[in-house]
Design a protein around this ligand. Structure first.
Ligand code: SPV
Ligand code: MG
Length: 672
């Protein structure tokens, strides 16, 4: 797209102000270091909108106009079209001389002063349009546009019926511009060079598709006289106090962000809301830089005020700051941010604020940076430490079982939209002994050895970034457990959970239906102490899992053990039960919390699955593990597909049960 700015006029109505320079060189503000002319303001706003090819028609003040453009030369490309007949012709002739252009065009008069939103609105139009206003009274002597059935039929100063005040700011699609240009050419060939270009346009509007763009009260005004200039200056002064709000979750500032902030600064004083760590990780991924570091990053930008935005919802900050504008990419019209967007529009309407949206462009470099951030998040030190951070940040986290690369990807990437906006994801992965064994067709009796279990962890780690909680069964012999701790730590696992059983371990969900032996408090405490002593990093966690309720040893035994294991150094306590009724779990949570407000508590609601995360939070739990649901969901689906093929002797009938191949390919990242 190109801009065509008409600047051949002499500006005689401006009196002394244009005695030795063009009207477009009139200063709009004189404050030190910030002085800007009409033309330089137009160029700045065009550049911010991404229009960098500019054609300017000139006349008497050709040299002076070029001087004004000079500072923009590095970033914009100029073509100057000198109209030698500037004194004897109107701008129709300048447009005739500039008529080689065959592009989409933004056309404006050189004396037009406008708000960035006026230019933005015109440029965002899907069809050709001209700036009009339904709120500005019809002017006596200036342009008006006659509008019938939603399109512009005539533009001129003489029309009053079905008309709206109009300003010489157009966005013309190439096909409409070519029709307009042909009309200009035929007028000029007939020596009709003293009228407006619009006189020519009026003969062909039936062949154009020109729509009104109603700017209402947004500043868009020609400066013809010193009085006009005064009015425009006053309005610009008022605009300086306007407030623009933007919210960011990024941990990397790149050229696109800076451009957006510069755009916002054209609208007024910029306030950036930095999303809290919790809000970012709820819908995106764990931020690489902390909230405070991200706030600092934005604070280092000149003229930017920074506040914290606690939630995805903008409401609290908007009601506090009452900005005139909120700016955002248009990518949030759909998906998990759509309700957030609707709320922003609703809240802004309470004081007449405006949401300004810019076309979102997926930046290739940003995608690359995002890939690097994910790599960083998947590194052992970063991943290991994240579980403690999440616990500190959220109070309650969720983990879903994963037993392979593909189930790891499901836990990593599955998110659901919340009605209130935002998304809900799992925080961590649980590498269950039951599901790891089941995937190999083996019983859950510590038969799948640690080397194989580590291989599963490795497969999952290779394609994911979320922290891992490892089901360490009994931890085996204390002499072996210390090595397991070291290996898990080195791999980047965040927490190992070991259960207080000895001998041949069977899955807890069998309870006392099978022979199982609980470890002594002393022996198990010793194992915990040895594990804690063996670990090298500060952030690795050893969680003691208490089997007293499973093995029907009673609540007192469970609580005594929990206290003893915490004293032995356990970083968390898991309490398990296989009863459908959650009463004993609730009792444990409340009695443990009464004496220990700190130590994180872990629950595995396989049997008492009716209890929500919110209720667990209220009752003092900190980690909810969904221990086996992916395995249990996958198995019947696979069995049914196999049976259907056997029954029909072909695959057609089972096709509707299957995930389309395209989708499964998309699940797998192309490169890490
Ligand atoms: C596992 O998932 O392997 C567990 C939890 O240990 S449970 O199966 O409930 O014992
Ligand atoms: Mg297990």
């Amino acid at each position: 797209m190109k801009a065509l700015i008409l600047n051949s006029g002499t500006g005689s109505r401006m009196g002394m102000l244009t005695a030795d320079g063009p009207k477009c060189g009139t200063l709009l503000n004189e404050s030190a270091g910030k002085s800007e002319t009409i033309l330089s303001r137009q160029l700045r706003l065009l550049h911010l909108e991404g229009v960098d090819e500019v054609v300017i028609t000139t006349g008497k003040w050709d040299e002076k106009i070029r001087d004004i453009c000079r500072p923009f030369e590095g970033q914009m490309e100029f073509t100057f079209i000198y109209n030698p007949e500037y004194a004897n012709t109107n701008y129709i002739y300048s447009m005739f001389l500039a008529g080689d252009m065959e592009d989409d065009l933004v056309l404006m008069h050189g004396d037009l002063v406008f708000h960035p939103l006026a230019l933005h609105s015109v440029l965002q139009s899907p069809v050709s349009c001209m700036a009009v206003s339904s709120t500005v009274p019809l002017p006596e002597k200036d342009f008006k546009a006659v509008i019938l059935d939603g399109t512009i039929r005539k533009v001129g100063i003489e029309f009053f019926d079905d008309a709206m005040a109009a300003q010489p700011l157009y966005y013309l699609k190439k096909k409409d511009w070519l029709v307009f240009r042909d009309a200009i050419r035929s007028f000029c060939r007939d020596a009709q060079v003293h009228c407006y270009a619009e006189n020519a346009m009026n003969t062909v509007t039936d062949r154009m598709d020109l729509h009104p763009m109603d700017l209402k009260d947004i500043l868009c005004q020609e400066v013809d006289t010193p009085e006009d200039l005064q009015v425009v200056k006053e309005r610009l002064k008022d605009l300086e106090h306007m407030k623009v709000y933007l919210s960011f979750s990024t941990d990397v500032l790149h050229a696109g962000h800076l451009h957006l902030i510069h755009r916002a600064q054209a609208y007024g004083q910029v306030c950036v809301g930095v999303l809290s760590d919790e809000a970012v990780s709820s819908y995106k991924r764990f931020p690489l830089l902390s909230e405070k570091e991200r706030e600092e990053m934005f604070r280092s930008l000149p003229g930017v005020e920074v506040v914290s935005q606690k939630e995805l919802s903008y409401r609290e900050n908007l009601e506090d700051l009452r900005p005139d504008f909120v700016m955002h990419g248009d990518d949030w019209r759909e998906g998990f941010q759509a309700p957030v967007r609707s709320e922003v529009i609703k809240v802004l309407s309470e004081w007449g604020g405006t949401l300004v949206e810019y076309p979102y462009r997926q930046d290739r470099r940003l995608k690359m940076l995002e890939g690097r951030v994910r790599e960083e998040l998947s590194l052992p030190d970063s991943r290991r430490a994240r579980l403690r951070k999440l616990l500190g940040m959220k109070g309650l986290i969720t983990a879903m079982e994963a037993h392979s690369g593909i189930t790891g990807l499901i836990v990593e990437n599955t998110a659901v939209l919340e009605d209130t906006g935002g998304a809900h994801q799992f925080d961590a992965m649980w590498i269950s002994s039951l599901c790891d064994s089941t995937a190999k067709g083996k019983p859950d009796i510590e038969l799948v050895d640690m080397t194989s279990r580590f291989r599963t962890i490795d497969d999952i780690m290779e394609v994911t970034t979320k922290p891992i909680i490892f089901d360490g069964d009994t931890g085996g012999l204390t002499e072996h457990f210390v090595y397991t701790v070291r290996t898990l730590e080195r791999m980047g696992v965040s927490m190992v959970i070991i259960e207080d059983k000895v001998g041949l371990k069977k899955n807890s969900l069998f309870g006392n239906e099978v022979q199982q032996t609980q470890d002594s408090i002393e022996h198990f405490s010793e194992k915990i102490r040895a594990g804690k002593k063996a670990q090298k990093s500060r952030d690795f966690m050893i969680c003691a899992r208490i089997e007293s309720l499973i093995l029907e040893q009673g609540m007192e035994d469970a609580l005594t053990r929990a206290a003893a294991f915490t004293r032995a150094g356990a970083d968390a306590i898991m309490i398990h039960s296989r009863k459908k009724d959650p009463a004993e779990i609730f009792e444990f949570l409340s009695r443990f919390r009464a004496s220990d407000p700190q130590t994180p508590l872990v629950v595995v609601p396989t049997s008492f699955h009716q209890v929500t995360e919110e209720e667990f939070r209220r009752r003092g739990a900190n980690v909810v593990i969904y221990a086996n649901q992916l395995t249990r969901a996958g198995f019947p689906a696979m069995k049914k597909a196999a049976e259907t093929i056997l029954k029909h002797h072909r695959a057609l009938e089972c096709d509707e049960m299957l995930m389309p191949f395209q989708e499964i390919i998309r699940l797998i990242p192309e490169e890490m």
